[in-house]
Design a protein around this ligand. Structure first.
Ligand code: TPP
Ligand code: MG
Length: 415
């Protein structure tokens, strides 16, 4: 069909008609509307709603489970705010806020089984929390004293990746290994103690423009790798809006690679939990990969080095505040379950304690030894790294007795 044969007016129900450029851009720019495909189980007003495809994956979310998800989100938000404050007070070099993305991360994190593997980017403090990584363990990365202090294999949570999209290659390779080693598709026949596994890979909307993500998708599809690609579409890649990254909604891209894509309300913790459980089960049973687009919003700056008022309007943030992921759970707990103020006060007190602990820990963090950067580079000792370590230590030692420039103190320049 030539362009001139196409119907003039765009009718989404008519496959022959196409939106024009302006209509596509307008759709992508309407950042607060997830569209008809958005999976939602808890509305911004706190009303529990049904979704025939995913209800079964959240039917165990009773009042107890919901209070637990609420607690997770409040504690993670409090730790995040404290990290931000510590940076502002000069205790951290930088902080990467997760504000607004608590539901997207806790929903996915709580869907994971201990045996699944996770590859995060740099904003996944909520997923880290679900993997049993204490927020204090994140501080070294942002204070510049280490690159992550947890054991990725023990926690089943890889170190943070700053290079955009790179973890999609690592995750796909890992998931291919899970398949090659027969750790998917065994169902009840899985050997005792080694159940089927999946991998979950976290990245942002901007990352979808990176070659690494595309390559990961291609390889994962071709090898049926058990990987859930979890894209947190927070509408911005620093100052670049989503409309610069794509001409189709991100979840629709999966079809082109040959696997399913689902768009979930990323501010709805129940829907994120349900859709993630479904996707992980697909992968464990051998039907991977899957793409999830968690439709959410970054309510704070990209990092503490960024000033979002330079590139986005305040009313956009105001719209998203009405969809706050924590507030809708609170409203539901009060209205539908009669949860009293005592519970909320208790969680708030716990959050204050966590923040105080984080602060105390940060202020007491020791300086790392100068040769720390040379350890754990390779599994086996490397002569090259060892030589570099020796050279660096000798260089470092050469400063020991040197007078400080301009201090007026020194062997010869003393006055
Ligand atoms: C390969 C690469 N290019 C550029 C950067 C600089 N950079 C850091 S974060 C970022 C934006 C990423 O946006 P998105 O994928 O949407 O994730 P978000 O930060 O919004 O969670 C860029 C371009 C980088 N870290 N790595
Ligand atoms: Mg983004």
């Amino acid at each position: 069909m030539s362009v001139s044969d196409r119907p003039q007016a765009w009718n989404p129900a008519d496959p022959r008609s196409r939106p024009n450029r302006e209509q596509v851009l307008a759709g992508l720019r309407g950042t607060d509307a997830g569209g008809p495909e958005l999976v939602q189980l808890l509305t911004p007003e706190g009303e529990r709603v049904s979704d025939p495809r995913f209800d079964a994956y959240a039917d165990d979310v009773d009042v107890e489970a919901l209070t637990s998800l609420y607690r997770d989100m409040v504690l993670v938000r409090r730790a995040d705010r404290e990290g931000n404050a510590l940076q502002r007070q000069g205790q951290l070099g930088i902080w990467v806020p997760l504000l607004g993305q608590e539901a997207a991360q806790i929903g996915a994190g709580r869907a994971l089984l201990p045996t699944d593997m996770v590859f995060p980017s740099y904003r996944e403090h909520g997923v880290a929390w679900c993997r049993g990584i204490d927020p204090t363990d994140l501080l070294g990365i942002f204070r510049g004293t280490d690159h992550g202090s947890w054991d990725p294999l023990e926690k089943r949570f890889h170190l943070y990746t700053i290079v955009i999209g790179n973890q999609c290659l690592n995750a796909t390779g890992y998931a291919m290994g899970q398949r090659f080693e027969g750790r998917v598709g065994n169902g009840d026949g899985a050997p005792e103690g080694s159940p089927d596994e999946a991998t979950m890979c976290f990245f942002g909307d901007g990352a979808t423009s990176q070659g690494d993500v595309h390559e990961g998708f291609v390889w994962a599809a071709a090898y049926d790798a058990p990987v859930v690609f979890y894209c947190q579409n927070n509408q911005w890649a620093i100052s670049v809006p989503l409309s610069r990254q794509t001409r189709v909604p991100l979840h629709e891209r999966a079809r082109g690679y040959g696997f399913p894509g689902v768009r979930v309300d990323g501010n709805d913790v129940i829907a994120c939990l349900a859709v993630s459980r479904w996707a992980l089960e697909e992968c464990r049973s051998g039907n991977g990969p899957v793409l999830i687009e968690a439709f959410t919003y970054r309510m704070d700056a990209h990092t503490t080095s960024d000033d979002p008022s330079r590139y986005r309007l305040a009313d956009e943030l105001e719209l998203w505040k009405l969809k706050d992921p924590i507030e809708r759970v609170r409203v539901n707990l009060v209205r539908e379950h009669g949860v009293g103020q005592e519970f909320f006060d208790g969680v708030a007190a716990e959050a204050d304690e966590l923040a105080a602990r984080l602060r105390e820990f940060c202020l007491a963090m020791p300086e790392p030894a100068p040769d720390r950067m040379f350890s754990e580079v390779y599994a086996e000792p490397s002569p090259l790294v060892e030589a570099q370590r020796e050279e660096f230590l000798a260089y470092h030692a050469s400063f020991a007795d040197e007078p400080l420039a301009g201090s007026g103190v020194g062997a010869e320049g003393e006055v």
